[in-house]
Write a protein that binds this ligand. Structure first.
Ligand SMILES: Nc1nc2c([nH]c(=O)n2[C@H]2C[C@H](O)[C@@H](COP(=O)(O)OP(=O)(O)OP(=O)(O)O)O2)c(=O)[nH]1
Length: 132
């Protein structure tokens, strides 16, 4: 049976209504695809604290999360099943600086579909494009 992992992803919007997009590096799983930064929720961790921890580790900055899920989607990859939970956030301290990702870019909603997203992210991307 495939393992199911619970992953939280940050939809970080800046004052110019742009969204932070992160490119997975060639060394990561699902290489060279764009995603919303984040990672796996650990046992006994709530989704919001998990996201704050992941963003601190991956991007060296602090976020505040909206305490609601923007989009939840279960996607079956070849080797595992992902329960991807996307949550809107804003930066409260520091500037996002990549440590694992190849690149970070800020994009207006209408340009989000120009990127090659990780398959599990597509519903969240579509919802973002449609919401305004
Ligand atoms: N952070 C994040 N991960 C995503 C997204 N979409 C998506 O399919 N994923 C996948 C990629 C990874 O397999 C997994 C997240 O794991 P992770 O970012 O903690 O990476 P990891 O190094 O612990 O995982 P792995 O490479 O060992 O599989 O979810 C997304 O938008 N954000």
């Amino acid at each position: 049976m495939k393992k199911q992992v619970k992953v939280v992803a940050a939809i970080i919007e800046n004052d110019q209504q742009e969204i932070l997009c992160a490119l997975r590096s060639p060394e990561m799983s699902i290489p060279n695809r764009w995603e919303f930064p984040g990672g796996k929720v650990e046992a006994n961790e709530d989704i919001y604290s998990a996201l704050e921890r992941e963003i601190d580790e991956e991007l060296s900055c602090k976020i505040a999360t909206f305490k609601e899920v923007f989009n939840g989607f279960i996607h079956e990859y070849e080797t595992f099943i992902i329960d991807l939970i996307s949550i809107k956030c804003r930066i409260v301290e520091g500037t996002p600086t990549p440590s694992e990702h190849s690149k970070l870019i800020w994009l207006k909603r209408e340009n989000l579909d120009s990127l090659k997203w990780a398959p599990a992210d597509i519903p969240a991307v579509k919802q973002l494009i449609q919401e305004k």
